[in-house]
Structures are given as C-alpha cells and as structure tokens.
Design a protein around this ligand. Structure first.
Ligand SMILES: Nc1ncnc2c1ncn2[C@@H]1O[C@H](COP(=O)(O)OP(=O)(O)O)[C@@H](O)[C@H]1O
Ligand SMILES: [Mg+2]
Length: 431
C-alpha cells in the first residue's frame, strides 16, 4: 500500500491564512474548504456536548471520528490550509505519492452521497508549475494520451480537467506499492516475483507500443505492484507518440539538444535524441528497472548525471548474478540483453519480453494475454543505438544539451550539472 506522505501539501495557493487558533476559525476553514456546508457542519456538531467550548483539535477529532473528515483533511484545516482540498468534482483525502511533475492524491467524487467504494488517484499539477508554459504543455499531453488507453496493466485515466487554475487527472486508484517502495522496504525481489511483475510491465508496454506510444520514463517508481504481486504501469508524463507533430519547443517533449528521461533508466539512444526512439528504448528501461528489482541498485549507481549518461552508452554494469548469486545465469543474460547498448541487440518487442519472462514467473499463467491484438509486436521505428549513462533515483528531467549531441556531451558537462542541480532543486521532494 502506498503510505500516504503525511508531509505533503495540498494543491493550495501559497501564503494561506494563519492557523485557526480557535474552534470558530477552524469551523470557518472547514466551510471555506467546501468539504462541508455550514449547515452540514452545524448539524454534525449540534449533538456534540459543549461544542462551543472545545478546542479546534477536539472539534476536528470529532469530525474525523464521525467520518466527515480524513486525518489528512483535518490536519490541513487545523494548519489553516483550506485551499486545494476540493479540486473540481473531487475531494482530496490523502496524498499517495509524488513524482517529478506532480503530486498524486487519494480522492473521491465530491458528491452529496458518494459511493464509498469510488476512490480515484488524483494527479494534480500545482498552480505554480502550471504557470510554466512547458510544464502545463506536458501535463496537457499526459491528459490527452491517457484518455484513449484502456488496459489492465496500465493505470486507467478516468477524467481530466482544470478547476480554479488547478489542472488534474483522475485515474484508477491502484492499491499497492511502487516497485521502488517494495525494494526499499523488503530488499531485492526474488526472480520468480520479479519475472511476474515485469511480465505484466511488458504486457502494458506492448499495449502502449501497439498504439504508437513510447513511455520513455519506465522506472521503479512508475510501476505499481499490487498486493497480489501483479503490476500496472503509471505515468504517461513523458510518453511520445510515434510520428506525432512535435511542439516547436524541444523542452516539452525533448529533441536534439535536450535530454529527457530519468538518468538511471534512460536508454542510450534516448539520451541522444529523446524524440528519435522506438519501443526498444522502453525495453532498455525495463532491463534497468529489472536490474534494480533484483539487486536493489540501478545498473550505474553513483556518479553525476553526465557520468551516468556516458556509462549507459559505453559501460556494461556488473551482471546481476555477480551482485546476487541467487540469480540463475540464464536469467542474468536476459537482463543483459534487455540492457544491450544497441536497440537491435535487445529483444524484438515487449511481447517477446513477456514470453521470455513467462517461464520464470512464480505463476506462469498470471500474465494476461493482450486484450486486443494489435500490430504491437511490430517494432516501430528502430533506433540505431548510441550509448548513454545512468544514475540513482532522480526525477525525469529535460536537460538542455546545446546543439551538438554525442561528441559535445563532455563539453556541456558543466551546463548539464548546473541545469540538473536547478531541476533537482525544483523537484527536490520528488522521491
Ligand atoms: N493510479 C495510482 N494509484 C496509486 N498511486 C499512484 C497512482 N498514480 C500515481 N501514484 C503514486 O504517485 C506517485 C507519482 O505519480 P506519477 O504519475 O509517477 O507522477 P510524476 O509524473 O510526477 O512522476 C507514484 O510514484 C505513485 O506512488
Ligand atoms: Mg512518475
């Protein structure tokens, strides 16, 4: 289960009012938040003995106990933050996670009589970020790309919109933990369980690829592991539609001169031109994520972003069976193949990867067949491989690289380091 990040801030505007010092101020914050109307609140508190004399905390506790507020909502209201607890038609219940772009909340429809089972994951672009044209353009792409997708191994997009300057995407709520959380809490994943997770990931990728989409940001924090050990793909924030008309600004989806991706998992060819990639860039990222699941480390831990990029391009990481001798050599070779520098040396498609992983799964029958036959297994444009580097657990980034790709990377190291520093600072809370 994703543990709610209690320190997370709702999508409120900066500079909110001071914390309510008394129950009256707290009640006013409740009404301003729109979680309860004044009459609902009065009716709820009417039966409370000595309600007027109680502390704000006691009133909040009463509302939580009565099921009118969640602990998270109560804490925010007690802290004087009433903005952002109702976003469009949704009520924010608690934070689920935070990535490089947005914060995701557990939420439910803000109806008078919501079905208590109707939970959604609400991805919210904070207003400060929405004021950045590029950030908003990327978020809008994510809204659009998610709408047309329906597959059991991909978190489904239910709705998206904008309310009061807050842009949101409502998704299927996926219970469980990200693969990153699983490894952080339980350590490396045994081969049979890892094979099952990644067989599901491969099925989800196959669906994306069949629809002409490249994920471009596959990594452990974008894979949800369900309580039954199955998996779903998250986060279409960096997805690219093959043959789409690219926006003029290369910082939105990448392009020559910009590196876009997450340094620990980025395919060599993506590091050269993130818009000139095919499905096998995702298979490389799948290999790096599998590497992480099996060993607890990305293939190239440590080092700067520039070094990681270089290592992805030129270095072979220690084989997984060297780091974890419990891993059979044959499985370790499969991981190596996924992380081949040249796309042509990787398995031909995500569908093939699923078949290669299937015999290793603890429940070989588990991975669902493709619901819709598509030309998915046809490799889309084939990238002619180029090398790249790697990292630990950074956010997705767009790095201005300057006009020259490969050979100029070294000269641009300082620029990259600077930009990365800024970006990491901006999304410092990322993981
Ligand atoms: N549908 C979902 N169900 C449950 N948790 C989710 C869901 N989507 C995202 N999360 C949580 O929120 C985190 C950030 O979401 P993500 O879409 O990856 O945002 P970003 O684009 O900022 O990386 C994820 O790592 C996960 O912990
Ligand atoms: Mg993410």
């Amino acid at each position: 289960m994703s543990s709610p990040a209690t320190g997370s801030t709702p999508p409120s505007r900066p500079g909110g009012p001071a914390p309510p010092a008394d129950p009256a101020a707290f009640r006013s914050a409740v009404v301003k938040s729109r979680l309860l109307t004044r009459s609902q609140l009065d009716a709820t508190l009417a039966g409370l003995p000595f309600a007027g004399g109680r502390s704000a905390r006691a009133v909040a506790d009463h509302l939580v106990a009565a099921g009118h507020l969640t602990e998270y909502q109560a804490d925010k209201l007690l802290a004087g933050q009433h903005h952002g607890l109702v976003v469009g038609p949704y009520q924010v219940l608690a934070p689920l996670g935070r990535g490089g772009m947005a914060t995701v909340y557990l939420a439910r429809p803000h109806d008078a009589n919501p079905d208590p089972g109707t939970l959604v994951a609400l991805k919210v672009l904070p207003p400060q970020r929405a004021s950045e044209e590029r950030e908003l353009a990327r978020f809008r792409r994510e809204m659009d790309l998610g709408r047309g997708l329906e597959h059991p191994q991909i978190a489904r997009t239910l709705d998206s919109g904008e309310a009061g300057g807050v842009h949101y995407i409502a998704m299927e709520y996926v219970p469980g933990r990200t693969l990153r959380q699983v490894v952080a809490a339980d350590g490396p994943v045994p081969v049979p369980a890892a094979a099952r997770v990644f067989a599901d990931v491969a099925v989800g990728l196959s669906h994306l690829h069949g629809r002409g989409l490249i994920h471009r940001d596959l990594k452990p924090s974008n894979v949800m592991v369900l309580p039954d050990g199955r998996a779903k793909l998250l986060d279409l924030g960096l997805a690219l539609r093959v043959d789409e008309d690219l926006p003029d600004d290369p910082a939105v989806v990448g392009g020559r001169g910009y590196i876009l991706g997450t340094m620990d998992y980025i395919a060599p060819e993506q590091a050269v031109d993130a818009t000139d990639v095919g499905p096998r860039a995702d298979l490389y990222a799948l290999g790096c994520s599998l590497y992480f699941a099996l060993t607890g480390l990305p293939p190239f831990p440590g080092g700067s972003s520039k070094q990681k990029l270089r290592w992805h391009r030129t270095e072979d990481p220690p084989p997984v069976d060297q780091l974890n001798p419990a891993i059979p050599g044959e499985f370790a070779r499969l991981v190596d193949r996924l992380m081949a520098k040249r796309p042509a040396d990787r398995p031909n498609s995500a569908g093939v990867v699923r078949e290669l992983l299937r015999p290793w799964c603890d429940d070989p029958a588990a991975p669902e067949p493709e619901p819709t036959p598509t030309p998915a297994e046809e490799p889309l444009p084939l990238e002619d491989a180029e090398p790249a580097t790697q990292p630990a657990a950074g956010p997705p980034v767009v790095l201005p690289l300057g006009p020259v790709p490969a050979a100029a990377v070294g000269l641009l190291a300082v620029l990259i380091a600077f930009v990365l520093g800024v970006l990491v600072g901006l999304v410092g809370q990322l993981f």
